[in-house]
Ligand binder design. Sequence first.
Ligand SMILES: C[S@@+](CC[C@H](N)C(=O)[O-])C[C@H]1O[C@@H](n2cnc3c(N)ncnc32)[C@H](O)[C@@H]1O
Length: 285
Amino acid sequence: MSDPQTAIDAATAAERDPRIHERTAGERQEGIPFVGAGPGDPGLLTVTGKELVEAADLVVHAGSLVNSELLATYCADAEQVSSIGKDLEELVPLMAGAYEAGRSVVRLHSGDPAVYGAALEQMDALEHDGVPTYLVPGVTAAFAASASLRTQLTLNGVANHVAFTRPQGTTLDPSDDHIDEFVGMGDVTTCIYLGTHAIAETMDRLLAGGHDPETPVTVVYHASWPDEDIIEGTIATIGNRIEAAGYRASALVIIGDAARKAGYERSYLYGEWANRTAADGESND
Ligand SMILES: C[S@@+](CC[C@H](N)C(=O)[O-])C[C@H]1O[C@@H](n2cnc3c(N)ncnc32)[C@H](O)[C@@H]1O
C-alpha cells in the first residue's frame, strides 16, 4: 500500500476527475462504494445502499454508529468488520485485498459520508493503489433529528441558514470553533456534531460571549434509533440536563428557534407567489 499522505497529495494535485462529469450520485459504478448508512433506522438507508449492502461479501462499517439491526437485516451473511480502532494502514489493504480477490466490498459510513465522515482519505488511498471507489449518499443525523422534532432546519421567518459544525477539542483548534459566530447571526440553525461530551463547556463559552441564555437548545440522542431521546433546554439549562441524562456521545445539538417551530411564518411558496414561480423556474421545495 502507498503512503496515505502521498495518496492525498497526489489526489489534491491531480486534474479534476473526469468521472465527475460522467456520473451522477446514485449511479452504480465500478469499484468500492462508500455508502451512507443513514442515522440508524435501517429504513433510512437508501434503496441503492440497501442493494449494495445486500450483495456485499465484505462490509466495513463504522462500529456502534451503524445500527447492528441494519447489519443483521441486510448483510447477515457478509463478513462484517468494524473500522473502529483501525488506521488507514490496516483498513486500506483489507478493502483493497478483498476487492482484488473478486469479492464485493462495501464501506459503510454512518449518516452521510460527506459530513464528518473521513471517507475521502480512504478513497484516495484506494484509488492511488488502483482500486476505484465512489460515494452513495445517506441521511445525515441532522435530517433525522429534524424529522423527529417534526420541524424544518430552515424555516420562514426563523432560520434562513443551516450550519453543520463541531466544537473545539482535541481535533479542532479553538480559533476554528465558529459556534459563537453562527449563533450570533441569529437566523442560523446550528447543528453541532461530535459535541455531546462537551455541551456544558460549549454553552459556557456562549454565555461568556454574551448570547441570550434563553436561546433554545435541543439535543437529539440516537435520532431514529429505538432508544432515541430528545432533551430540550436553553443555553443556560441544557448542560445540566444532559449531564443528568448521562449522554456523552451519539447526540446532535441544535441551537436555534427552528427546532421548536417557534414563530415561523407562512412562506410565499403556497401563496400568490406560487403562480409566479411556476413561470420563473426555481422555488423552495
Ligand atoms: C463522526 S460523526 C459522523 C456523522 C455522520 N456522517 C452523519 O452524517 O450523521 C458522528 C457524530 O454524528 C452525530 N450523530 C450520528 N448519528 C447520530 C444519530 N443517529 N443521532 C444523533 N446524532 C448522531 C453525533 O454528533 C456523533 O458524535
